[in-house]
Design a protein. Structure first.
Length: 284
């Protein structure tokens, strides 16, 4: 479904500037490319920051425990909508307000996370889309095993500071590993320093394959992870381990996801301004 915003022929543009609360567990620099995708999606709908919208950014910088305090700063500002990226931010927003519309972004499984009762049922003030990648992370592991069939041990890097989303993902990886007869070396990493310690632990165990479970901390430090990975010869499979050409597992396009969530923001703002006849939703 695509949603477009149109102006009624006899209505005037409202003077009020809509205010967005943007809540994320990441850092400003870590997801700048994704934030720009979101802003571009808003511009495509006619919403330009500094003109007819303002955005209150709240960055947790990888510290998930800060999310409740950050959303508590947004609620008194009476923002028109809260855009919450990833599961923990969405849960923090849901727990903080039952009236301000919430658009959840990049939530793995909103039903199991307790955000909504069902995929066909929105919450009273929460909407958005789910990447539903619980199964994807398992399939990525299966693809790794298919590409390198002799590999029997894989390191799984996860962030325990993001417990709801990460545990759902880790559960799927563990289930797939059992089916593939692959043992997992679970390594924890909550920040950049712990990422380096995780690689040291992997090296100590001589594990030759790595599965990074999606997380905003890992997105923020993706270059550090890539550098550590490329600098480690232990991740080069032996001739016996390698079979066929190397392939890369597919991942959800986060930039496209944020462009799409700009549409949900537009719908939320429309609902707030319908009473003055400023906007109308057109569904195609």
């Amino acid at each position: 479904m695509f949603v477009a915003l149109g102006l009624p022929t006899q209505a005037q543009q409202p003077k009020k500037v809509a205010r967005i609360g943007f809540l994320t567990a990441a850092s400003e620099t870590g997801i700048s490319h994704l934030t720009e995708a979101f802003l571009q999606g808003l511009r495509d709908l006619g919403y330009v920051e500094g003109q007819n919208i303002s955005i209150e950014y709240r960055w947790a910088d990888g510290n998930f425990e800060r999310l409740p305090d950050l959303v508590a700063e947004l609620v008194p500002l009476k923002v028109d909508v809260i855009v919450a990226t990833v599961t923990q931010a969405s849960l923090a927003a849901k727990n903080a307000t039952g009236t301000i519309p919430i658009v959840m972004v990049a939530v793995g499984n909103p039903v199991d996370a307790g955000l909504v009762a069902g995929l066909a049922q929105q919450g009273p003030n929460i909407t958005g889309t789910s990447v539903m990648n619980d199964e994807v992370v398992g399939k990525q592991l299966a693809l790794l095993k298919e590409t390198f069939p002799k590999i029997s041990r894989v390191a799984a890097m996860w962030n325990p500071a993001n417990p709801v989303f990460q545990k759902l993902q880790l559960r799927e990886v563990e289930s797939t590993a059992r089916g593939l007869n692959v043992s997992l070396q679970k390594v924890e990493a909550r920040n950049g320093d712990e990422i380096e310690r995780a690689f040291a632990a992997i090296a100590k165990e001589r594990t030759r394959a790595l599965h990074v479970i999606p997380d905003q901390v890992f997105t923020t430090h993706r270059k550090r992870i890539e550098q550590q990975f490329l600098a480690a010869p232990r991740f080069s499979p032996t001739r016996e381990e390698q079979s066929g050409s190397s392939r890369q597992a597919t991942r959800p396009n986060s930039s496209s996801s944020l462009v799409g969530h700009a549409i949900f923001f537009g719908r939320s703002i429309c609902r707030r301004t319908e009473s003055i006849g400023a906007h109308r939703l057109l569904r195609q």
